[in-house]
Design a protein around this ligand. Structure first.
Ligand code: ADP
Ligand code: MG
Length: 684
């Protein structure tokens, strides 16, 4: 087996499974082994019913004392049975899993694992995983990797495929030179990949992870440095003399720019009219008003006879930008034509958009990845803005450059990265900070609560909806997932519908929906036709619905504080008082302490710093900082030391061998070549 082989080279992966894997971005065997676990778990030794502790996840060994029964309720299919072990009985309930009835029978000896509760009606478990004794035993013996899996893939099969791939591949070739590995004490690739998936012990795991984190940083930084070298002498060939449209835009806004916005606009304007091309990162907390800066820059491009583009990470956000641009331009009397280019346009719409772009009928192009992935021909592209930028990388910038003259680049990010780290990461960019929030907003009221608060929260949601407001409820999962004890969007929406009057319109939104469905849902929410949107973190980035006043996050303990801060940024955008309810489902005081940071501060940078202090480098597979940060394992905060080393290593390689022609750099070079042309490998 080779890493380039299609995933179906693995025994047991047929076309159907391959399709599911492809949805997760896994096409080749090499892709598979680079999909790291999101965490590990070791299954508990089974306990008896009397021993089981209320509210904990545990395993209980016993016998099914009743046949499984399927019952259709008004909304979903329930399956129930009972387990007994001589010390007590446990009621077992599943949602939407009627097929269990054919797999398990009365009298079967089983082990069930799930969250155990001693309720009013006796002990029970909801959605437990069911095992035979033989299947369960090995799970207690070693750490099991847990992967974030899509759709219909079974965790068990996925682990099996992973083992097969690792055993079948020759992983002895290492892109990192031996010298570098020695200097920084990095593990070999072979060892690393085995240990990250199936760790023997904590120490080995840490060693493996350290290497992967280093590598992630190294590729990222090397990519940026090379680009910087290539671009150093880029001359600004575009004329940017006229500035009326940008000024008109500014003057027709219903508000004054903040001091910070003014200052950053000056920096942008200077870049556009300067000798060299702009390469600027604009950092500003959620709600600091970055969009209008992009609008002014693009208006200026249009007035000077050029085209400009803005690329958003999601379709929802792209559409929202389109509306906002049109509105603002109209108010300012700017006759620039804006077109949308996204993946979900119909073939006809897409043709029309492409035609307008090529003929320069379109002055401003707003879209997603489609802006570079499709066969887009720009007539005279002078400015490219990437919004919420971490998902866009060096490659995308190169891709734009491949479309005619290299454009000015403006990158906008709300991820709070301290300046020192930002300089290491984005060494080639000039950095501007929009470090001031517009005045006059009502402060968001925060609460960190436990799950017993839910009835109160629901009553509050109801009241807000009756007052004409809207709300988000965020769950970590899309649907029930084996072994993951967290709320999911599907079941939660059902629960909420049962808890609230039918007049309250509750809908779901998540990444597994088709883009068209997602747009439709989001637009209905925007129009106020949906009152409560139960969603995954797809709304995290950039969405702007000023009438939404409540953000309720379930299992808040599972999110990074930066992500929670982004989520919070979805409310408090209008004139009404807004509220944020973080529900801590863990019952763990340490986790709760982390969440309290959010209670104390609304400043993204402060929050990131406090978070870093609390977590420290020991928190290895802790919580991902934010969905917006593109690194798979690395955390720029807690891995800052590795970041520094990787930066050093990259600088040294490029200093000794800028063209990467030394034999010991062949692996590095091959890796860089492979990354070119794939959209997401190096992200910026
Ligand atoms: P972000 O920086 O998170 O992208 P946006 O650009 O979406 O923030 O701006 C958030 C909201 O603040 C928008 O509704 C925008 O119209 C408004 N806004 C931007 N600048 C100002 C300002 N100087 N004063 C008042 N409101 C502003
Ligand atoms: Mg924004």
């Amino acid at each position: 087996m080779r890493e380039e082989d299609r995933i179906t080279a693995i025994k047991g992966i047929g076309e159907k499974a391959a399709e599911e894997l492809q949805k997760m971005g896994i096409q080749s065997v090499g892709d598979l082994i680079q999909r790291y676990p999101s965490r590990y778990e070791r299954y508990e030794e089974p306990v008896s019913v009397v021993e089981a502790k209320d509210g904990t996840v545990c395993a209980i060994r016993g016998m099914l004392t009743r046949s499984l029964e399927n019952k259709r309720t008004a909304r979903l299919m329930l399956t129930t049975t009972e387990l007994s072990d001589g010390t007590g009985r446990v009621r077992l309930t599943w949602f939407r899993m009627p097929y269990l009835k054919n797999q398990w029978h009365r009298g079967d000896a089983v082990i069930v694992r799930g969250r155990f509760t001693r309720g009013q009606f006796g002990p029970s478990m909801e959605q437990p995983a069911l095992f035979s004794e033989a299947d369960y035993q090995p799970l207690t013996a070693e750490r099991q990797p847990v992967y974030a899996l899509g759709g219909k893939l079974s965790p068990k099969s996925f682990r099996k495929w992973m083992r097969q791939a690792l055993d079948g591949l020759d992983l002895s070739r290492d892109p990192l030179p031996a010298d570098m590995r020695r200097r920084y004490g990095l593990a070999e690739r072979n060892f690393t990949l085995r240990e990250i998936h199936f760790p023997e012990d904590e120490r080995q795991l840490l060693h493996a992870r350290g290497r992967l984190v280093f590598e992630e940083f190294f590729w990222f930084i090397l990519g940026i440095r090379r680009l910087k070298n290539a671009r150093e002498r880029d001359v600004n060939h575009f004329s940017f003399e006229k500035i009326f449209w940008a000024e008109n835009l500014k003057n027709s806004l219903p508000y004054d720019l903040t001091g910070a916005q003014q200052r950053v606009w000056e920096e942008i304007r200077r870049d556009l009219t300067g000798e060299h091309l702009m390469n600027r990162l604009v950092q500003g907390d959620v709600g600091s008003g970055k969009t209008v800066l992009a609008q002014m820059a693009l208006a200026m491009a249009a007035e000077n006879g050029h085209q400009g583009a803005i690329m958003a990470p999601t379709e929802v956000l792209a559409r929202q930008h389109l509306e906002s641009f049109r509105k603002v331009f109209e108010a300012a009397g700017i006759p620039a034509e804006c077109v949308l280019l996204t993946g979900s346009l119909t073939a006809k719409e897409k043709r029309e958009a492409l035609r307008k772009i090529a003929s320069h009928e379109a002055d401003i192009i707003i879209g997603t990845h489609a802006l570079i992935q499709e066969k887009v021909q720009y007539d005279d592209l002078a400015v490219v803005v990437t919004d919420e930028q971490h998902r866009f990388g060096v490659n995308q910038r190169e891709a734009f450059s491949g479309k005619g003259e290299r454009p000015h680049i403006l990158v906008m990010s709300a991820t709070p990265i301290p300046r020192t780290l930002a300089i290491i990461l984005y060494g080639d960019l000039d950095i501007s900070a929009v470090n001031e929030l517009p005045g006059g907003r009502k402060k968001i009221k925060n609460a960190v609560v436990d799950t017993s608060y839910r009835p109160k929260a629901y009553a509050f949601l109801k009241k807000q909806v009756e007052a004409g407001r809207q709300a988000y409820v965020i769950c970590p999962l899309v649907e029930e997932s084996e072994g993951l004890d967290a709320e999911n969007v599907q079941d939660y929406a059902e629960k909420l519908r049962m808890a609230l009057p039918p007049a309250v319109v509750i809908e779901t939104l998540h990444g597994r929906m088709k883009p068209k469905e997602k747009n439709e849902r989001m637009e209905r929410f925007l129009r106020g036709e949906i009152h409560i949107l139960v969603s995954t973190t797809v709304v995290e980035v950039g969405v702007n619905v000023p009438n939404a006043t409540v953000m309720m996050v379930e299992n808040a303990e599972r999110f990074g504080l930066a992500a929670l801060h982004q989520l919070r940024g979805r409310v408090g955008r209008g004139e009404h008082q807004s509220y944020c309810i973080f529900v801590d489902g863990s019952g763990d005081p340490a986790k709760n302490k982390r969440l309290q940071i959010l209670n104390q501060s609304n400043d993204g940078f402060r929050i990131a710093e406090e978070d870093m202090k609390l977590r420290g480098p020991g928190d290895i597979f802790g919580i991902r900082q934010s969905g917006e940060l593109a690194f798979e394992l690395a955390d720029i905060f807690t891995d800052a030391a590795l970041l520094q080393q990787a930066s050093e290593a990259a600088a040294q390689v490029l200093q000794e061998d800028p063209e990467l022609v030394f034999p010991e750099h062949a692996g590095i070079r091959a890796h860089m070549d492979r990354m070119r042309g794939t959209a997401n490998d190096i992200n910026l």
